[in-house]
Design a binder for this molecule. Sequence first.
Ligand SMILES: Cc1cc2nc3c(=O)[nH]c(=O)nc-3n(C[C@H](O)[C@H](O)[C@H](O)COP(=O)(O)OP(=O)(O)OC[C@H]3O[C@@H](n4cnc5c(N)ncnc54)[C@H](O)[C@@H]3O)c2cc1C
Length: 452
Amino acid sequence: MRLLIIGGSDAGITAALRARELDSTTEVTVVVADSFPNYSICGLPFFLSGEVSDWHTLAHRTADEIERKGVHLWLNHTAQSIDPEARSVTVVDQQGRAKSLSYDRLIIATGATSVNSTIPGSGLPGVHQLHSMADTFHMQKHLLDQAPRSAIIVGGGYIGLEMADALTHRGIKEVNLVVRSASVLRSTLSTSVARVVEQELRRCGVKITNGIAVEAIERTGERLTVMGTRGFKASADLVLVAVGVRPATTLARSAGITTGLHGAIRVNREMATNIPDIYAAGDCVETWHHLLRTYTYLPLGTTAHKQGRIAGENAVGGHRQFAGSLGTQVVKVFDLAVARTGLLEDEASATGYEPVGRNLATWDHKVYYPGARKLLLRIIGDQRTGQLLGGQIVGPWQAEVAKRIDTLAVALSYGMTVEALNDLDLSYAPPFSSPWDPVQMAAQGWTRGLAG
Ligand SMILES: Cc1cc2nc3c(=O)[nH]c(=O)nc-3n(C[C@H](O)[C@H](O)[C@H](O)COP(=O)(O)OP(=O)(O)OC[C@H]3O[C@@H](n4cnc5c(N)ncnc54)[C@H](O)[C@@H]3O)c2cc1C
């Protein structure tokens, strides 16, 4: 059996390794457009901040390690077309030489690309995007060669925030975050929680301008000027546009593969497309949402790994289903960890739930033991049934915020009520928690609030 995979990042390599793990007789080939298979894209901000000094260490695995697992890598080859009738893919190398590769099963894992081209001036020198190793080297060269003293980041999503932290860490004194919505992390956090993140950004010297849609970028000499609605105008030495991604699906579409939301490939929960023997996974596909019980577009590395593993398993004869995403995320913003899982109130209402959200501020561990840190937790539950719908936690990044959001993610995965969180046998010793963990205290606060 010949399994061909297009794309060699989180989804593609995970699929390849899973297929080989289950069936070592399968001939697995991965075609990768660049020479960086299996790099941790999630680590790019930490290389640019200087916290990770050697970019080579960002590789989850080296090319040699992947090949030693019996996976053939075709680096620097771009898939140009798929012929589902002939079961072949035409690839071209960097010199433009074409070759046809045959397959029995195909997995498309072409990921996503940054959305920036819609802003006039986004191609100017000094204006960056951040999605690939090439983007990273480009920005690193700018930082090294020109030592910019000021930066404007367009976009208040998690990449914009990580980069505000990274550029400040790198020594850029003036970092200006321009955000279209009324608060940062608009699609991740409720406004009251987002305000805490904004305070942290401001405390660390980042200027935030909310409610501005950027309309154009211009260059005058060495300076870049960003212009937006409501007369917004600001200049800096470097601009980063981080306003989201779109699925890279031109190749799939031209082969007759059905796409849906945002142009992402439509797959069933076995990660199969509408064309027999062609699967797809990662940022290029629509993602089944565990709570919404429908498809959405939720590009994340965690999801890409899971979907890739399922596509790899099913491509060699399995029938495993993707359980669904909850949108669980954590991001470090200066000294804070900011985490969320499940639904926000507006998403929950739109799905027919009756959501109520309640905040609780409490200590991460017993205050008498040194180093206790304050956490803000938000629990969202359905007031009719008591079902847990979502959670958000913000606190110092050493305060086990990620562990705690994961407790809520597990509870959501199994359809628990808010009250049932109190039945969980969670760990406790004074340096780590309290006899009731903060997530349980927040659950009790939610239930008390409901009782009036
Ligand atoms: C700066 C940054 C930070 C992030 N941080 C996090 C985080 O902390 N946590 C998290 O969960 N997620 C994070 N993400 C998101 C995560 O990186 C992506 O969800 C993940 O990389 C998606 O993996 P993928 O394999 O689907 O696609 P991609 O990583 O986009 O890779 C696509 C692959 O396909 C190849 N390719 C594309 N077209 C072709 C073609 N025609 N022929 C051959 N090869 C092709 C590319 O070369 C690449 O190998 C971050 C993303 C960025 C940009």
